[in-house]
Ligand binder design. Structure first.
Ligand code: NAP
Length: 316
């Protein structure tokens, strides 16, 4: 019987890689040198019927075109921005992602970043470690999160989980999404500029599409203002990064907590010296518990597809 070929685009969760290796004929794309990836795909195209990608490397048009037998793309992420969905639709390729299981972790991190920025947690930790407490006395006063108005861009699964957490801190919640949600009492803003002008903490939690690219631009940052804090746990391209750097350096924006960047793992070095910024390396869903649950969803979706059962989390 034919062994099913699965292409893994980048190294990710070791458990997922081991399980894929055990169940399928696994092809590791990154093992081929960059300049010979096309040849690698051409050589194995006859057996590759599934592709597993993530937020770094998914399924672009070129990769899909190189794989004529591809039937399913199962991404180890909820975001679909690294998959050419039109191409998949055109070719009848199924697509699955990992929604819900990561929602709590990403929402936890969004609130964690807001507290870390406003209470300067990394900075005060360094203050203790480098002996400054003993030599300089008390640390300067910081800013309170509880009670501040939190604006959320994208009241989807993660946005809603952030809203629930922020509510527990006594924060009034306002939001912008494509559509108003009839089942919440949170105030809806049909445009991001008004949302930013009416909150102190602005959290980006929408999906990345052509419409949401740079949804946070200079105007939005200026509306948030020198006392406002921007938290991005969506995607780097949601925020105009050069403008973010300028706004922070010039003091037009009060602070920022950033998990995602335009050119990961490259982060603008101008941010490194700012003490109103907290930077983390795209770790929104990176807990052991959640990565195991995401890996299991990828595996279960592939298993369902190849045994002609309904997919667990279908996108297409
Ligand atoms: P979701 O439930 O599909 O929510 C997406 C939200 O984006 C929805 O509220 C949607 O609005 C909104 N949206 C889409 N297009 C929009 C537009 N043009 N203008 C305004 N809002 C728009 O997805 P989710 O599970 O919450 O995940 C959201 C995103 O979080 C993912 O796509 C991913 O990029 C990011 N994420 C990041 C990490 C991390 O590690 N940092 C981890 C997981 C996910 P409607 O409600 O009106 O449809």
């Amino acid at each position: 019987m034919e062994t099913l070929g699965v292409l893994l685009t980048v190294p990710m969760d070791p458990y997922l890689e081991e399980e894929l290796d055990r169940r399928y004929n696994l092809f590791r794309l990154w093992e081929a040198p960059l300049e010979s990836r096309r040849d690698f795909l051409f050589t194995h195209a006859g057996s590759i019927r599934a592709l597993v990608g993530n937020t770094n490397a998914g399924a672009d048009a070129e990769t899909i075109d190189a794989l004529p037998r591809l039937e399913i793309v199962s991404t180890f992420s909820v975001g679909l921005d690294k998959i050419d969905l039109d191409k998949c639709l055109e070719r009848g390729i199924r697509v699955t992602n990992t929604p819900d299981v990561l929602t709590d972790d990403v929402a936890d991190l969004a609130i964690g970043l807001a507290i870390a920025v406003m209470r300067r947690i990394p900075q005060v930790d360094r203050f203790v470690r480098d002996g400054s407490w003993k030599t300089k006395g008390d640390y300067k006063l910081t800013t309170k999160l509880s009670g501040k108005t939190v604006g959320i861009i994208g009241l989807g699964r993660i946005g809603m989980a952030i809203a629930k957490r922020a509510e527990a801190f006594g924060c009034p919640i306002i939001y912008h999404s494509r559509s108003e949600k009839p089942d919440t009492n949170y105030k809806y803003y049909s445009n991001v500029l008004d949302l930013a002008a009416n909150c102190q903490v602005l959290i980006v939690a929408c999906s990345l599409t052509t419409e949401t690219r740079h949804i946070v631009n200079r105007k939005i940052m200026d509306a948030l203002g020198p006392k406002g804090v921007l938290i991005n746990i969506g995607r780097g391209l949601h925020v105009d990064e050069p403008e973010l750097v300028k706004s922070l350096v010039e003091g037009r924006l009060g602070g920022a907590g950033i998990d995602v960047f335009e050119h990961e793992p490259h982060v603008p070095e101008e941010l490194f010296g700012l003490d109103n910024v907290v930077l983390v390396p795209h770790v929104g869903s990176d807990t052991m518990e959640t990565c195991r649950a995401m890996a299991d969803l990828v595996l279960q979706n592939l298993e369902a597809h190849f045994s002609s059962k309904p997919l667990l989390t279908p996108v297409l």
